[in-house]
Design a protein around this ligand. Structure first.
Ligand SMILES: C[S@@+](CC[C@H](N)C(=O)[O-])C[C@H]1O[C@@H](n2cnc3c(N)ncnc32)[C@H](O)[C@@H]1O
Length: 392
């Protein structure tokens, strides 16, 4: 396969994040194509796929289309997959993992289809080279993905391997951490660009503060990862990848403190000392700890820098009754804190519980829809000017 050959690249994401992915893709200079519920298409070659892996903040996987075909049964699936010149892509020493999504009457479950695809790939490589690649569930090597809908099948190389939201900086997750891609989308939704302070009380393991620091310093999150699916294919251009990383580092304002633009302070606090310790360590792993001031305190005691800025909070939203009763007071206190101490700021609360959100008692100026692990959530925006209106 020629890595300069252009084809469709499908960028997957979680439900509700396609607009954020589209914006990122367009900012990177690509024309966005068809948009699905959990993905967006662009045209590009294998190098574009590598570049997208390096830069995208809100996506899950970058899938490079190998072929699509009409498929009206498992034998047809096997035959078409086996026709692909896998020996040009996968060396027999590699390990292959197959991920399938099946929505067709031709097979009852995706496991059988997965097996067919895996057999076809391995049989083809063995037939051409004399040895069979290993295969299994580990997604740290070559990952082949297919989607079989009705009588049509799309066959992709998953160039990411593991999800891009697993940035690898969060060694200590603590409780109820947000996915990194969701945290990046939340920060993007606030319009934050690093020019004004950002305050994250209730920071937990620090995901919002760390993603904000990566955005403020223009540091592509992909620099943090050392393994991608694309590195395991035969035509992976290692010097080309190294060059791409060097260019990404150059545009990252974080580099050596030589930047002409220094992001404003980011403040992250939590009442739980262990959470703050985890956040601090995670920020160090992400290379952004020098941009974040950490503190252990009740959210209401967080020191707010004077002037304008952004404050983002992700309080627990509780599932059990006892918890919810306790949280009602927390949400009310957040409203008081916003009103009394955060004047001049724009406040945001990310929550999955609308009834609790009402307890804040302030008028929202905007609501952004998100999903967090299938729970419908909202990012609520509050303009906190002096004398902020109570909700009427
Ligand atoms: C849902 S978690 C935040 C998760 C975080 N966004 C992350 O990605 O790791 C809520 C956090 O609020 C903190 N918290 C609860 N009550 C607090 C209070 N009164 N003051 C400050 N932090 C509090 C908890 O310790 C917990 O870390």
């Amino acid at each position: 396969m020629n890595p300069k050959h252009k084809n469709t690249i499908l960028i997957t994401c979680s439900a509700g994040l396609t607009d954020y992915v589209r914006r990122e893709v367009e900012d990177l200079g690509y024309r966005s194509g068809e948009c699905h519920k959990t993905g967006i298409e662009v045209e590009g070659d294998f190098y574009d796929a590598m570049r997208l892996n390096l830069y995208l903040r809100t996506a899950y996987n970058v899938l490079f289309l190998l072929k699509q075909f009409k498929c009206d049964g498992p034998d047809e699936l096997y035959r078409n997959v086996r026709n692909q010149p896998w020996e040009d892509i996968i060396s027999p020493q590699e390990y292959v993992s197959v991920v399938g999504r099946v929505n067709t009457e031709f097979v009852g479950n995706s496991m059988y289809a997965n097996l067919k695809v895996k057999d076809a790939i391995v049989d083809r490589v063995a037939g051409k080279t004399g040895s069979r690649p290993d295969s299994g569930k580990d997604k740290n090597n070559v990952v082949v993905q297919f989607y079989w809908k009705d009588d049509h099948c799309w066959l992709y190389l998953n160039t990411s391997g593991q999800k891009l939201s697993d940035r690898s900086y969060r060694k200590i997750p603590h409780k109820a951490p947000l996915r990194e891609s969701l945290a990046a989308a939340i920060i993007t939704a606030t319009g934050y660009d690093g020019s004004e302070p950002l305050v994250c009380p209730m920071c937990g393991s620090g995901t919002l503060a760390i993603e904000a620091a990566l955005i403020a310093s223009r540091r592509p999150p992909g620099l943090l990862r050392s393994n991608y699916g694309f590195m395991h294919v035969k035509y992976f251009d290692e010097p080309g990848w190294r060059q791409m990383r060097i260019e990404a580092l150059k545009i990252s304002k974080i580099r050596g403190g030589k930047a002409d633009f220094k992001p404003a302070r980011i403040i992250a606090t939590d009442i739980d000392a262990e959470a703050v310790e985890a956040a601090r360590k995670n920020a160090m792993t992400a290379g952004v700890s020098h941009l974040i001031d950490f503190d252990v305190c009740d959210f209401a005691d967080t020191v707010i820098p004077p002037g304008a800025g952004t404050i983002v909070m992700n309080p627990e939203y509780g599932l059990r009754l006892g918890e919810i009763e306790k949280l009602q007071n927390t949400y009310k206190r957040i409203g008081d804190f916003f009103k009394q101490k955060c004047s001049g700021y724009t406040g945001y609360i990310f929550t999955g519980n609308p009834a609790l959100a009402k307890k804040v008692g302030l008028r929202t100026s905007r609501r952004f829809e998100f999903f967090n692990a299938n729970i419908e959530c909202r990012l609520l925006k509050y303009e906190l000017y002096p004398g902020t209106k109570n909700k009427t």
